[in-house]
Design a protein around this ligand. Sequence first.
Ligand SMILES: [Zn+2]
Length: 309
Amino acid sequence: MSMSSSSRAKTILFWMSIAFVGVMLWKLVSASGQSAREDEPSYSEFMAKIDAGQVKEVTMYLSQNSYELQGEYVIPANRRFRITIFKEAAPDLTKTLRDKAVKISVRDLRTGDWTLTLITVVPLVLLVGFWVFLIRQMQSRGVQPLKTRQGDVRFGLGYDLHRLDAGRPFVVGGVEIPFDKGPVGHSDGDVLAHAICDAVLGAAGAGDIGTLFPDTDPQWKGVSSLIFLDQVAKVLQDRKQSIGYIDAVVIAEKPKLGPHFAAMKATLAKSLKIKPEQISLKAKTNEGVDAVGRGEAIAAHAIATLVNS
Ligand SMILES: [Zn+2]
């Protein structure tokens, strides 16, 4: 669901940026048009205009060494003027303006500059930020193997087998069952957890248990395989995928696994951040045939479906 809404958001953002660029261009064009209509009289010309009563209102922008005066003539109407004078000329000019009853408003140019900078820079920063966001979105889409189509379902298959040895704890599906033998492995040798890991990773297109948690890495030595499931759940979260359903078969000659399935489902589901009802477990024997049948090994098959979350 979030996949389709994020693509919708992308479309909206795309058109918003087009509109934004359009507005900016329009503003730029209209601003340059306005400045073309602006009059920049000389000091004496300006004084003459004041004397002739063509100036009724003036805004003075103060800076360190000079004043800038802006306003509109009364005649010709709607014609703007802009004149920069030295600070020394200001008292004379101000007096003339006062004599002619011209309304003067004074502004600090530094504040004006600051506001102007803010108005110009903020939209630019927003635009650049948006571009970076868009590019990152595109890049992350490249990493995700999933199509953004809603309702996509992916399948993954997992298989695992471990040798059984005397004196090792017998752990299946995250649950320890009293038995005289247990799986030999770098971790706890939980075949069911491992098969589910591979099924889920396979469906996600995210490699397999061997590449994510290599048995040459000492940090995984003797750990509970539920840690792998926790990690797999994180991988899914990053990829915006979620588990639809898991079905698995555990093949062991002994002991009886059925009575422990409820506990296994609860344990596995907790690590995978799903509901126990999303897991189906089945048990088989190997009819006394092969290593599994002779009780020398335990094996598991699992299949998982993933949906876009
Ligand atoms: Zn394994």
